[in-house]
Design a protein around this ligand. Structure first.
Ligand SMILES: Nc1ncnc2c1ncn2[C@@H]1O[C@H](COP(=O)(O)OP(=O)(O)OP(=O)(O)O)[C@@H](O)[C@H]1O
Length: 639
């Protein structure tokens, strides 16, 4: 997969430079190419292929208009990188001139005394070229990395303003590819790419100019071969692109098999499907092998064909040169210097073709990033939105709320009305898919009702800033969402800056402190990816501690007992009671076993039973362990 055309051209350039340039000459290479190519190998796969295959390219002008401002503060670094690269190229031009001089004045005349000064100057030039090449590569890489950092920060900050709906409708891998690969390709166009265009064009001018300076007529003849390079490059570029695209597709397919299979290893092993999974990987691996072989074939062919053209040009130069030397119109040093200039000129011309290729790839990446930037959050703060400065009392009211998910035809909620007084517990039940979790999403303003209002302390939540609304509402999700940090970090996530004492106090109330004390590093013990090193009940109690630390007046508990057995659920219920104490709580649950006595209930019914989903009842009392009775009673009391 590393055999894409640009690195290949780079390798060829190095080889040709070594072969034809005078010894000690520094051959300028594109600094970032191989680094980027290597990094890309580790990144997600199918997404890159999809991107290359599917994204329509936007115009380069639009890309620059969008992203050029991000180079502010870095332009001078890119300019310095360009100046260094030009200094390196000029040093090469001068070194070759010295090489010609030494040939004519020292080698041909056998005058050793004339050797030392040009030799010292050559050494100096080699050092200058080396230092300039290093400086250019370093400064350009620094500017490129800073640009990437800035651009990624900007796009990630934007992504985090988008509603959860945006993420639910997209593949995470695709979004990650946009934040990594695609941003890099933009950098390669707008940042280091621009430097590369500038320095490559400058190199072509320098090397061609120097060749013309030595012998303009010879230069004109050999320049006639340049179109051959461009034709070969064009013919191969198309094939390289196809081979690279199929390699990326196979690589993507292989990655997705590995990802899926490793993520579900417990299922694979429990069902004894290891051999099947290995076979799936093998089949994809064979596709990858074929794609790589087709790239290897192209790489193998490309070198010799270019070499033939080089050889033709060398033979023309040597034949014509020998004739001119015999006629006394050209010196041996002049001829060798001329050949050396061509040895650098041809790769530079190749480099221009290569840039054209990477520009089309960058434009495709840029389109995908711009699509993210153009996406607007479904819910935003009104211009006149107010910030709740003091803690809300926790009076929640749904008033005739209708809601249909974007892209869905059937309404999810119809005319839902209920009130939760400060500190009151409301139990929300109903069959799966009835819209219970949707109530929580609306309360957090992840979505906006189509009609009706939701009020917090009598204020329409659309008139509040989202940040201050969410500061007053804590949701405890069905699946306890933990990060891969430590126990302490996961609990303190509820309140940035929470002290260890506050964390411990919350853990005690959540009934998890004793367990944490038995862990090898106590509160500093990592909980593993998504908290997988802990049991379901332990994860849930850590999530309760996090909610306790947060201390918001309104609490939504979305199926807090899901997946827990009777005993564990009973153990979790006690900390939950402590969490609910004094807070307005909407408890969404199917499981009425552990619901506190005296709680009010609401029942949601799905659309196919009635016209849409509607709230059946507010205000019924729920009788412990008698869910069926409660339901009947709720219906009877429907308002
Ligand atoms: N992001 C979404 N986009 C479109 N439809 C959605 C989305 N989220 C949920 N739905 C649909 O809305 C309906 C209500 O979903 P919701 O998750 O609120 O149900 P629920 O009552 O909480 O179900 P459960 O008890 O199974 O968790 C379902 O039919 C579901 O398919």
């Amino acid at each position: 997969m590393g055999r894409l055309s640009p690195p290949l051209v780079g390798r060829w350039r190095l080889r040709m430079g070594r072969r034809m340039a005078p010894p000690g000459l520094v051959v300028v290479e594109a600094p970032s190419e191989s680094r980027r190519a290597t990094r890309r190998l580790s990144l997600s796969a199918r997404d890159r292929a999809d991107r290359a295959a599917l994204a329509p390219a936007v115009s380069i002008r639009r890309t620059f208009r969008e992203f050029w401002p991000d180079t502010r503060g870095l332009r001078w670094l890119f300019a310095v990188g360009g100046v260094f690269a030009i200094a390196a190229a000029l040093s090469e031009v001068a070194a070759i001139a010295l090489f010609g001089h030494i040939t004519d004045e020292v080698l041909v005349t056998r005058d050793l005394g004339a050797f030392w000064r040009p030799a010292a100057a050559w050494l100096g030039l080699a050092a200058l070229a080396g230092a300039s090449a290093f400086g250019g590569a370093y400064v350009t890489a620094l500017a490129a990395e800073r640009f990437l950092l800035k651009l990624r920060d900007r796009i990630y900050a934007h992504v985090q303003t988008l509603s959860p709906d945006y993420f639910e409708n997209r593949r995470l891998g695709d979004l990650m590819a946009r934040l990594t690969d695609d941003i890099e390709s933009i950098e390669q166009l707008v940042g280091s790419g621009l430097v590369k265009v500038f320095t490559t064009v400058a190199s072509v001018i320098f090397f061609a100019g120097a060749a013309f300076f030595v012998r303009w007529d010879l230069a004109l003849i050999t320049m006639a071969l340049i179109p051959c390079f461009l034709v070969v490059s064009k013919v191969f570029a198309g094939r390289f692109r196809t081979a690279a695209a199929s390699e990326r597709l196979s690589n993507g397919a292989m990655n997705s098999v590995i990802e899926e299979s490793l993520a579900n290893q417990s299922l694979v092993q429990a069902y004894n499907r290891q051999a099947t999974e290995s076979r799936r990987l093998h089949v994809e691996g064979r596709g990858w092998l074929r794609a790589n072989m087709s790239q290897a074939r192209l790489s193998g062919l490309y070198g010799p064909i270019v070499q033939v053209i080089e050889t033709v040009s060398m033979i023309v130069i040597l034949g014509f040169g020998a004739w001119e030397i015999a006629a006394g119109r050209l010196t041996l040093g002049g001829l060798l210097a001329f050949a050396a200039y061509l040895a650098l000129l041809y790769p530079a011309v190749q480099g221009l073709g290569e840039i054209a290729l990477s520009v089309s790839e960058a434009a495709a990446g840029s389109d995908r990033v711009m699509e993210v930037l153009r996406s607007r959050p479904a819910v935003t703060d009104r211009r006149t939105a107010i910030t709740l400065v003091s803690r809300s009392r926790g009076h929640v009211e749904f008033e005739d709320v209708d809601f249909t998910y974007p892209g869905r035809r059937r309404p999810t909620l119809q005319q839902v009305s209920f009130t939760a007084e400060p500190g009151q517990l409301i139990v929300c039940t109903g069959p799966s898919g009835a819209g219970k979790s949707t109530l929580a999403k609306l309360l957090l303003r992840f979505y906006e009702p189509d009609s009706g209002r939701i009020l917090l302390d009598g204020v329409d939540i659309r008139d509040l800033t989202r940040a201050s609304l969410r500061d007053n509402v804590t949701v405890l999700h069905q699946e306890s969402m933990l990060f891969s940090g430590t126990v302490r970090e996961n609990i303190a996530y509820g309140r940035p800056g929470a002290t260890l004492d506050q964390v411990i106090r919350a853990a005690e109330l959540a009934g998890v402190h004793d367990f944490v004390s038995t862990l090898p590093r106590g509160y500093e013990t990592p909980v593993g990816q998504r908290g997988r090193l802990l049991s379901g009940g332990q994860r849930q109690r850590i999530a309760i501690a996090r909610a306790l630390v947060r201390d918001a007046p309104v609490l939504v508990l979305d199926e807090p007992m899901t997946g827990l057995d009777e005993v564990t659920a009973g153990r979790v219920m006690e900390p939950l009671r402590r969490l609910m104490a004094g807070r307005t709580t909407i408890l969404i649950t199917h499981d009425l076993r552990h619901v506190p006595r005296g709680a009010r209930s609401i029942v949601l019914e799905p659309a196919h039973r009635r016209d849409g989903i509607r709230l059946r009842r507010v205000g019924a009392r729920i009788r412990h362990h008698r869910p069926h009775d409660d339901r009947v009673r709720s219906t009877a009391l429907t308002e």
